[in-house]
Design a protein around this ligand. Structure first.
Ligand code: 57M
Length: 358
């Protein structure tokens, strides 16, 4: 909004010209969201405690988690508010991609909120059924895919990492493909959110990676030089990624071990949806499987564990998702968390290296 209010004043005073620059607005969006989530974190936690909106911890998990029972959850509301407010303040509101990514983030956040509300407030431990949750996610994802398919500027070709000359055009099939990327990312982040700070760390690392990808995709000369798809206007997603980074850092201040608050499905589903939507708009969809490698490993550990148990009655891991496997091996929770952050940075660097290795 500030861009529309202040940049036109640039003709009177050169000072306001700075609002033209995506880099300036991305940094300011990060700082704004960080301040909001940091300052509102404590009051929100006090509110959640007062109204006993606390996590019910299942007794079939690691015994070390039983002490976490009652920890305030739905802290994702803090992330969503800080992120959305900061975006509306610093992003260009005439950019369709900003609204697409914000729409997915808030839409997936609403699905997660409903699940949390049923579980925590209505004490219905099943919450929203997996079928309904996934159904709503796929509907939102298909709407995004359809809007992009209709967009004359947006190409439905796929960029394949390492192979610049392989660009299959999915045509109308891009609609379900986009939905699967967004819903898949959302559910993978949701599964990962099982230790203090374990999800928000890699989400921010992935978000920083896609801030760079968005800047390149929206910059004609850089996109041509690096031979990646040029998506005019996608550079504005740097502001959205910046806002997410700021909101995530403020949340991590309270979610770091030992956590004073959990993000809840309202946070994990929305942040995963945001990453998926940014990956789709910037046309680095497949690269998300590399940049978000930790989320892929977590989700694959569950798929393999369930498949193995169903087929052979035996487990591959002590417990899935894989972060519990290491907990049961005796790794302290902070050690699991920081080591997963390090692996996440490794995957982000590999993903960025593909920009040159093509
Ligand atoms: C999302 N939710 C955490 C918190 C967070 C199919 C199966 C793999 C599903 C999976 C599952 O239930 N996933 C749901 C993971 C939960 O965290 C809450 O959920 C929100 C995220 N959606 O924000 O509100 C617990 O995670 C811990 N936690 C922290 N710190 C945090 O910052 O310590 C979360 C955030 C919290 C807290 O204890 O209660 C979760 O783990 O449920 N199921 C599982 O992950 C279970 N695995 C399992 O059943 N494995 C089986 C089969 C099915 C693969 C096996 O290995 O044989 C594990 N989770 C639980 N108990 N709770 C193990 C059993």
């Amino acid at each position: 909004m500030l861009y529309h209010l202040l940049y036109p004043l640039g003709s009177n005073s050169i000072l306001f010209n700075v609002f033209k620059y995506i880099s300036f607005r991305a940094i300011m969006a990060t700082l704004t969201a960080l301040m909001i989530s940091f300052l509102l974190g404590k009051p929100l936690i006090d509110y959640l405690r007062e109204f006993q909106i606390g996590q019910m911890v299942r007794d079939d998990g690691p015994k070390s988690h039983l002490g976490k029972s009652g920890t305030p959850t739905m802290g994702g509301l803090l992330i969503l508010f800080a992120l959305t407010f900061s975006c509306l303040l610093w992003a260009r509101l005439d950019n369709i991609y900003v609204w697409i990514v914000l729409g997915v983030t808030v839409g997936y956040g609403a699905v997660g909120f409903l699940d949390d509300y049923l579980k925590v407030v209505r004490r219905n431990h099943r919450g929203l059924s997996g079928k309904h949750k996934l159904g709503l996610q796929l509907v939102i994802g298909c709407v995004v895919g359809f809007v992009l398919w209709l967009d004359p500027v947006f190409k439905t070709t796929l960029a394949v990492p390492f192979f610049k000359n392989i660009t299959p055009d999915l045509g109308i099939w891009y609609v379900p493909f986009a939905a699967l990327v967004i819903a898949g990312a959302s559910n993978a982040v949701n599964l990962t959110d099982g230790l203090d700070g374990l999800a928000i760390g890699p989400v921010m690392i992935c978000g920083a990676t896609y801030l760079i990808f968005a800047y390149i995709s929206g910059h004609l000369k850089l996109a041509q030089y690096l031979q990646v798809p040029y998506v005019p206007g996608s550079g504005e997603l740097c502001v959205v990624c910046g806002a997410m980074l700021g909101a995530g850092m403020g949340f991590l201040w309270y979610n770091s071990y030992p956590a004073e608050v959990f993000m809840g499905d309202v946070g994990s589903l929305s942040l995963g949806g945001l990453l998926g939507a940014v990956a789709v708009v910037t046309k680095h969809e497949i690269l998300l499987a590399i940049a978000g490698g930790v989320f892929v490993i977590e989700a694959m550990s569950v798929i393999l564990q369930v498949a193995s148990f169903k087929m052979t009655g035996k487990r591959i891991f002590n417990m899935a998702p894989i972060h519990h496997h290491f907990e049961l091996k005796g790794w302290a929770e902070p050690k699991v968390i920081v080591r997963f952050w390090i692996i996440s940075i490794f995957f982000a660097l590999i993903a960025m290296s593909t920009l040159k290795l093509r």
